[in-house]
Design a protein around this ligand. Structure first.
Ligand code: HEC
Length: 154
């Protein structure tokens, strides 16, 4: 399993978090109100769009059991506080948080694949829909999506 170095990842993070905030707050053409409403429909893809597979989430669950459950209950990741903190953030930000800081007692030990898989387990716990394709592990793919939790959950 290839692990990229801390410094390489830091560079990525700067690049992509930068890219993300630029796209959310950058100058956008101001459309007519009607158009704006229509654009929300087809806006950037989110976690509601079926961006992972169940098989991937199952791998994430196995990792959770072996590596995270010592400190975390899976209910940690469906509680309102957690969801509120991450709602509308980019998937990349949560990915990066886990990749950089978890497991708390052994940070930087997860591979990109493991980080991605465990993230999709968190999505599944939150009853987000699975889709046809796995969430890929490269920065560009991860940075494509915003976190939108399932509104049916309390
Ligand atoms: C040794 C204990 C420990 C292990 C093992 C551990 N964590 Fe954590 N985790 C923590 C602590 C402590 C925090 C809170 C950190 C803080 O607030 O700075 C945390 C926070 C988090 C958060 C942010 C939660 C929030 O409410 O915003 C996520 C996500 C997370 N951990 C995921 C994981 C995943 C995934 C794994 C397994 C790969 C894992 N953790 C393994 C102790 C642990």
């Amino acid at each position: 399993m290839v692990k990229i170095s801390r410094s390489a990842t830091t560079v990525f993070a700067f690049t992509f978090l930068g890219a993300c905030s630029a796209s959310s707050s950058g100058p956008a053409a101001t459309p007519e109100p009607m158009l704006e409403e229509m654009e929300t429909e087809s806006a950037d893809p989110t976690t509601a769009d079926g961006i992972f597979t169940l098989a991937q989430a199952d791998r994430g669950e196995a990792l959770f059991k072996s590596t995270c459950s010592e400190c975390h209950d899976s209910a940690d990741w469906t509680e309102t506080g957690f969801r509120g903190r991450w709602e509308d953030q980019s998937v990349y930000q949560l990915w990066y948080y886990v990749n950089e800081r978890m497991p708390y007692d052994n940070p930087w030990s997860l591979s990109r694949q493991e980080t991605t898989d465990v993230l999709t387990y968190i999505f599944k716990l939150n009853e987000l829909p699975a889709g046809e394709d796995e969430l890929a592990t490269d920065d560009d793919s991860i940075d494509d999506y915003w976190i939108a939790w399932n509104p049916r959950l309390p």
